[in-house]
Design a protein around this ligand. Sequence first.
Ligand code: 7TS
Length: 413
Amino acid sequence: MNAVVQADITSNESWRADFPALQRMVHGKPLVYFDTAATAQRPKQVLAAMDRFYHQFNANVHRGVHTLSGEATDAFEAARQTLVKHINANSQREVIFTRGSTESINLVAQAYARPLLQPGDRVLISYMEHHSNIVPWQMVCQQTGAELEVIPVLDNGELDLDAIPGLLTDNTKILALVHVSNALGTINPVQQICQLARERNITTLLDGAQAMPHLNVDVQAIGCDFYTVSGHKMYGPTGIGILYGREAILDAMPPWHGGGEMIRTVSFEKTTYNDLPAKFEAGTPNIAGAIGLGAAVSYLQTLGLDAIAAYEQQLLRHATSALKQFDGLRIIGEAEHKASVISFAIDGVHPHDLGTIVDHDGFAIRTGHHCAMPLIKRFGVPATARLSLGLYNTVEELDAFIPSLEKACKMLL
Ligand code: 7TS
């Protein structure tokens, strides 16, 4: 390893110190948190921003003339503006606060796709989707008579890019694709794929839940129509995320949820709707969550996503080469472009048993199908164990994991 790489690897001590939860012990051992893809830990900057809201200016947004309501509204809208800039949306009208990627995808399926789709139309997804980018489309296909088509995945965990042009037919109306796979770590060439879809007038939605903590995302450069974000996977709070949508499309869509905030006038005869983004934000939003998400974005910007990505890539390489030494261990997903997620299976060892044993050594890993059942089945295993690494993990933690894994295998084999 050269000097530059060494310097990068040891540079995360100050980052790590920002995460209070990492100080705790589990079963008498220091916690090693390898489950960031399920949900990340939060830095104190995010916790402080949310705390400030509740301690100092807790009030509802967009509706009071009083001081606190004004302050809450300003902080809420400032958070939106932070996200607008971060993903390079055109304006605040293109950034809708939702509960996260799941809700964002359901919003598009019900408010955009449902009125559009006709029997015989097609929705194209891929084999590596999280259930939240499968089930909403199955539901809307059942509602409309449209059909679901699936892009295959190759043995190395990459999308079968050669298959895509043939699947973009005249009947294909929507392509919904994950940007970074939660189960394989694969980073898909979304810009190239969105270009192919755009040439055929196919609307594109990207599930960005796992991309946002690892990559600089520029929705205009990618050229997608919709992009979904989950705050809790990018060091922000749970229960908050966004839907990015191109303004012309959002404008033409009917609202999804009805209620306060999304209206301009209401009478029993007729309701008129508010402008974007309020049209899609019925009810009191997760104000503290939005403020926390804004703080998480600012935190990532301060560290720099390029620096984070470079550091995580070193962790990924280190973990991959250490795991490859293991007899009977198979890494599932070895795409050329990967985020710091490693799924593996060990002959004769059930991942759940493995996860339980290493937990006693303080290691939090995820085991199971990772809400991607068709994909895990495609690789011929019932489940995998997954290490998902964040900006706070270290080489020392990875090195400590290997003896724990060895111990678990000795007990289980
Ligand atoms: N899309 C991807 C790619 C995901 O990884 C997840 C959650 C979701 C969508 C859903 O996000 P939510 O914030 O709406 O829940 N993935 C995982 C995981 O890998 N382990 O637990 C949850």
